[in-house]
Design a protein. Structure first.
Length: 70
């Protein structure tokens, strides 16, 4: 089995106890996981991840983070 090279954002500080999203390429698939739950892995295509990131940057998903009743 090939070792997966997980990478985290340079904005994440080094050290234990830091929660961050880590990414890795597995073949042509992008894998994502949280550093504090490394056994749970989501996979997607680079195109779909790119579309998600564009939507986040454009604010198109801000309503999902809104607190009800505010």
């Amino acid at each position: 089995m090939t070792e997966v090279n997980w990478q985290k954002s340079s904005y994440s500080s080094a050290g234990d106890g830091n929660s961050c999203i880590e990414l890795a390429f597995i073949g042509t698939t992008v894998a994502l996981r949280e550093s504090d739950a490394p056994r749970t892995v989501l996979t997607t295509s680079p195109a779909r991840l790119g579309a998600l990131l564009q939507s986040i940057k454009a604010g198109a998903l801000d309503h999902l983070a809104a607190v009800p009743g505010t």
